[in-house]
Design a protein around this ligand. Structure first.
Ligand code: ADE
Length: 226
């Protein structure tokens, strides 16, 4: 899978994909992430990519021209299955969307800044608008990194048995159960007996029960989703 990202702060996206599982995904050739500095498509020598908003009001808006030119140029090489705009007024990101996006070949992500991007770009080019939560970040880059990470780890071959996504929280609308490692007795605090007895069926039942209980307590809304 290839993910292209348009940003005015490419530096913010230098590190997140250079470590751990994302690094492995890239080294295995399963994931390619390319960042593109929008200023490359700036309309004048001042490298301008934003302007005052019509109708007045504080805050700049990212101009349509540099963005349209950037998208058109990147589209010459390939057809994007999705053009995603990261914005707090987008649809909330969740595991279901991560699963769906992990099955695409080519994705383009646009990171907003300031007051956001001109509405006409959203209407003309963008196929999906994503928010990573009900709070406002200073730009879409960190949100894009979250989405790329969530998608990247789902690509076939990225995770091994130890890190398998099958039992993650949310994969079946349940939170993950508690986990324990050695020692079995940590300063008098003992691991639940069922995990030490070696009966896989009982372990599975216990984990399911714990997941259900945790979800009821913390995220009852998940149990109402189909
Ligand atoms: N840009 C700024 N805040 C954001 C958010 N919560 N989600 C996605 N993109 C954003």
């Amino acid at each position: 899978m290839t993910i292209d990202i348009i940003t005015v702060v490419p530096e913010l996206l230098e590190s997140p994909f250079n470590h751990s599982i994302m690094k492995r995904a890239r080294e295995k050739g399963l994931l390619t992430v390319r960042t593109h500095n929008l200023r490359k498509w700036a309309i004048n020598k001042h490298m301008q990519v934003d302007d005052y908003q019509f109708g007045g009001g504080a805050g700049m808006v990212m101009m349509p021209e540099p963005l349209a030119n950037a998208i058109n140029e990147l589209q010459q090489d390939k057809k994007f299955d999705e053009i995603i705009y990261m914005t707090p007024d987008g649809v909330s990101f969740n595991q279901k969307t991560a699963n769906l996006l992990s099955m695409k070949e080519n994705i383009l992500i646009i990171c907003g800044h300031y007051k956001g991007i001109d509405e006409r770009i959203r209407q003309t080019y963008v196929t999906r608008e994503i928010s990573i939560g009900d709070y406002v970040l200073s730009g879409g880059e960190l949100a894009a990194a979250v989405v790329v990470d969530a998608i990247g780890r789902l690509l076939p071959g990225v995770l091994n048995d130890e890190t398998s996504a099958l039992f993650d929280s949310f994969q079946d609308n349940l939170l993950a159960p508690p986990v324990y490692t050695r020692p079995a007795d940590f300063r008098g605090d003992k691991v639940p007996e069922v995990l030490l007895q070696g009966d896989p069926k009982k372990v599975e039942e216990w984990r399911h029960e714990q997941s259900l209980q945790r979800t009821k307590e913390r995220r009852p809304d998940l149990l109402d989703e189909e």
